[in-house]
Ligand binder design. Structure first.
Ligand code: BGC
Length: 381
């Protein structure tokens, strides 16, 4: 990134603009809310000249809102979220959150490293999900940097120390997440971590997208999805991969060409759709540019909105929002019901620590874990 100028963070609610010159993207720091114990939750609003804005809050380093124009220029929010910190703490949906230490499930909430067995919190039946009861999504992150650069991008970095033994995981982990909004409407999310003992890491972002927009929300069954993956990992009844890498050809999991999500979502003859209550599966991305490959393209015909997800990770979890059950009031008091949002979570494969044939999630002292993903926003022609 060229000539980043770092801004001293002094007062909340100050509009941070670096010079009189028109900059393509701005970062504005504001108060989002307060936890019961008095802890202030801050927000940083990144915005560009084209009407794209991303609000990130320190609770869970969460993407609380992502506003984009549709094909008519109408700007609306395309991610689910909450209006208050208390709602984020009360609900189990991980809306927009940074997930860690390990995104997705670990079977029987245990894994071994070099002969030592570690027991994690079982917070999903017998299994461990998304870092446990007090995962990265439930912690308050510290804003360590807010920057704007000469290329017209604005960014915020949030950091966290996860102590040795947190949630059952070994090693003190220093984690950070940087959200950067470009002038072309691409939001880059850069996850990093280091450890002082051999451990496992698998961080991702858990945004639920709905490209119809929040004000006029329609179920995501009418969105079209493309995932360049020739294989996926089938699961058992606890949604733990069986270990098989299955060809998608001829199954409801073939998204290599754009497909209407609803076309095969109700396929009661497909055991895997039945087990997931829809899509809740890990797609193995085809070989491509390992540094940054396309993981998914999502479009909504009605609004013309499109997002593309890019990642340097080997897989993406497509979750069709099956457990949104109408008990979770979202932004503006809107109840989120099944299929009101979908997640596309780049990551290593679920249960990787227990599956030697899956890509490794191991992190050694002296190494740096990096997961860079991009959400490119736009409209289809
Ligand atoms: C998982 C779902 C889980 C959801 C929780 C997703 O990433 O795949 O199975 O219920 O997170 O919000």
């Amino acid at each position: 990134m060229s000539s980043i100028r770092t801004i001293a963070l002094t007062s909340a609610a100050a509009i941070i603009t670096l010079s009189g010159a028109a900059l393509a993207a701005d970062a504005e720091r504001e108060v989002f809310g307060t936890l019961e114990d008095g802890t202030e939750i801050e927000a940083v609003l990144l915005s560009n000249d084209d009407g794209v804005t991303a609000r990130v809050i320190t609770l869970g380093a969460t993407l609380q809102s992502l506003q984009t124009p549709d094909k008519r220029g109408t700007v609306d929010d395309i991610v689910l979220g909450h209006d208050t910190p208390a709602e984020y703490l009360a609900t189990p949906q991980y809306l927009g959150a940074t997930i860690g230490r390990f995104a997705n499930r670990i079977g029987d909430a245990t894994f071994s490293l070099d002969g030592t067995e570690y027991t994690l919190e079982a917070n999903d039946g017998d299994n461990h999900l998304h870092g446990g009861v007090t995962g990265f999504d439930k912690l308050v992150w510290t804003i360590t940097d807010v920057s704007e650069d000469d290329d017209g991008a604005a960014s915020v970095t949030m950091s966290l120390t996860s102590p040795d033994g947190a949630g059952g995981y070994p090693g003190t982990v220093e984690a950070s997440v940087t959200y950067m909004l470009d002038d072309d409407g691409t939001l880059t999310i850069d996850h990093r971590a280091t450890t002082d003992k051999t451990t496992i890491i698998n961080m991702t972002n858990h945004s639920y997208f709905n490209l119809s927009g929040h004000k006029d929300m329609r179920p995501i069954v009418s969105h079209d999805l493309m995932i360049p993956a020739s294989a996926y990992t089938p699961v058992d009844s606890g949604l733990i991969p069986t270990g098989e890498i299955r060809d998608v050809a001829g199954t409801p999991f073939d998204f290599r060409e754009p497909m209407r999500i609803g076309a095969r979502l109700r396929n009661g003859n497909d055991e895997q759709i039945m087990l997931g209550l829809g899509y809740d599966h890990n797609f193995v991305l085809d070989e491509g540019d390992e540094d940054m490959r396309l993981a998914a393209r999502l479009t909504a015909a009605v609004t013309g909105r499109m997002i593309e997800i890019y990642t340097d990770q080997p897989a993406v979890q497509f979750y069709s929002g099956n457990f949104l059950d109408g008990t979770t009031p979202g932004k503006g008091g809107i109840l989120y019901r099944q299929g009101d949002g979908l997640c596309l979570e780049p990551q290593v494969y679920p249960d990787a620590p227990n599956k030697p044939d899956f890509p490794s999630a191991r992190l050694e002292p002296g190494e740096e874990y990096v997961h860079v993903m991009k959400i490119k926003t736009g409209v289809t022609k």
